[in-house]
Write a protein of this length. Structure first.
Lengths: 348, 177
């Protein structure tokens, strides 16, 4: 008997594996299983129905699993919508908004401002900084304390109830206007306030929009319009992200990057066409759990020594700056009220 | 979007090399089902980085298979069940035909070895890698590969000797009866 174990082992391995054939479609199966796992992971907070849907989708291998394994728009949009439907009411969206307005006239200078914003249910807060980085004003809405505005330039603050309405009570863009040409020209995320829900600010004449929706609702509406398509994947702040961008026939370039793990938006960029004026707005979004510490960010602090004044008095100098182009906001046009005075202009 | 490899390329690569890699996986895992699971998991890991993958996919999959097999604590329970079945199979009376059965038995005995010894023997005698290449795949010093391989072969020789003794005894008993 041959006692050379090494040769016998080698021959035994060949015999043992001689009839093995790898199953076909391992790569496709890997794509489907990965998607299913990601869907389940992102759906840790998602409903069982969504998870079941993901499994069904994965099993049938139709949406989102193109032959090349590239994310399809329908699949991504479905996932984003599902993730936002959960994150919208459950998590705080913390945003850094950078707005750059290109020079209105040749030889002029571009202006860039930033704002820190938080959105949680019907609550929101926005702190707008000057191009030099100093806080200009801090505004926020809370169903309990109403609208609060702090002007750092005049060292005044104002609070008024009766302005604004809970986000859940209104849709961002009602009815037939939702996806019409106006929306195509003005991305939903940066839609100005809703005329139908704008009471007038006493003594100032400008309407007050209502902080009509959470950022989650805004993005859901934006992607539901069908003007965005998956353009591929990119790295955003070192993390891989799926890029959804405006279709070529859209008059304004809008791009949303979503996390492939959670399908929540992590960055939004809108480029406005040149003239009157053109510019760009970039929103970086972080989704935070509603801890006490994070919820505290939604409260507008009143700095010591600031004087309470009527809302109109606190608003006027801010509006003058906006109208004078010192604080860029989009889209162009007259300010629409205290909600969304800043770069976001949507009242998220 | 950065240009990268498509999933279709991965399919083509697997069409060429998946059979061989499945064999490696089966030898590492001990059964066809477990081997397919192992390879499928490795393919998924490759897929994660496929678009920007810039290397030898077969080497990556081989290394992943070994890592998955070694880092298989979660599968330990199932593995022990399989091991029991394999041991049960070895308790059957061997066919005195000799080498053929011994070859099969050695493979079944192989899966009873500690997983690192098993991986070394699979890489050395199935993948026909050198000690240095095996060490690179397993991410350990070459000396570790040599000692693990030596211990594994020693264990197989002991088992083979037992097998030979059992076979001889069975043969004698057969002659008596």
């Amino acid at each position: 008997m041959n006692t050379d174990v090494e040769d016998l082992l080698r021959e035994g391995m060949e015999r043992f594996t001689a009839d093995l054939r790898a199953p076909a479609g391992m790569a496709r199966r890997a794509v489907r299983r990965r998607r299913r796992r990601l869907a389940l992971r992102s759906g840790a907070a998602v409903t069982a129905a969504l998870t079941a849907g993901a499994v069904v989708l994965a099993a049938t291998g139709v949406p989102g699993t193109g032959h090349d394994g590239i994310d399809t728009t329908a699949y991504v949009v479905t996932r984003v919508d599902g993730a936002l439907s959960v994150a919208g009411p459950g998590q705080i969206a913390q945003m850094t908004v950078t707005t750059t307005r290109s020079a209105a006239l040749p030889g002029g200078t571009a202006v860039t401002t930033t704002a820190e914003e938080w959105s949680y249910g019907s609550q929101w807060r926005s702190v707008t900084y000057s191009p030099a980085g100093h806080p200009v004003y801090d505004e926020g809405f809370n169903p309990a304390s109403a609208y609060t505005l702090v002007s750092y330039q005049t060292r005044t603050w104002a609070r008024q109830s009766g302005l604004g309405r809970p986000a859940a009570a209104v849709s961002l863009v009602p009815g037939p206007f939702r996806c019409g040409p106006v929306v195509a020209a003005l991305p939903l995320l940066f839609q100005p306030g809703l005329p139908a829900f704008q009471p007038r600010v006493p003594d100032i004449g400008f309407p007050a929009s209502s902080g009509p929706a959470t950022v989650a609702t805004a993005v859901r509406n934006a992607i539901a319009c069908g003007t965005l398509a998956v353009a591929g994947r990119q790295r955003v702040d070192g993390m891989e992200a799926i890029e959804l961008t405006s279709r070529p026939d859209s008059p304004i370039s809008e791009t949303i990057w979503v996390s492939p793990g959670t399908y929540l938006p992590v960055r939004v960029v809108v480029r406005f066409p040149p003239g009157l004026p053109g510019g760009q707005q970039t929103v970086n979004i972080t989704w935070l759990p509603p801890t006490a510490q994070n919820l505290a960010q939604l409260t507008v602090p009143i700095p010591a020594g600031f004087r309470q004044v009527p809302l109109a008095q606190a608003l006027r100098p801010i509006l003058q700056q906006i109208l004078g182009g010192l604080l860029p906001r989009f889209p162009t046009g007259p300010p629409l009220g205290p909600f969304g005075l800043g770069p976001k202009s949507t009242g998220w | 979007m950065a240009a990268g490899r498509s999933a279709a390329e991965l399919e083509r690569f697997l069409a060429e090399r998946a059979d061989h890699l499945l064999a490696t996986a089966v030898l590492l895992a001990g059964s066809r089902d477990a081997g397919e699971d192992l390879l499928q998991t490795a393919v998924e890991r490759l897929l994660r980085r496929w678009r920007r993958f810039d290397g030898d996919p077969e080497g990556y999959l081989r290394r992943t298979l070994c890592n998955l097999a070694i880092d298989g604590r979660r599968r330990a329970g199932r593995w022990r069940q399989k091991e029991g079945l394999l041991r049960a199979g070895l308790r059957q009376t061997p066919d005195p035909a000799g080498d053929v059965d011994l070859r099969d038995a050695l493979v079944r005995l192989l899966v009873q070895l500690p997983v690192r010894q098993r991986a070394v023997l699979v890489l050395r005698y199935w993948e026909q890698l050198t000690d240095a290449e095996t060490a690179a795949v397993l991410g350990c010093p070459e000396g570790t590969v040599k000692s693990a391989g030596s211990r594994g072969l020693t264990r197989l020789r002991e088992l083979a000797d037992d097998w030979n003794d059992t076979t001889a005894m069975s043969g004698r008993n057969g002659q008596r009866s």
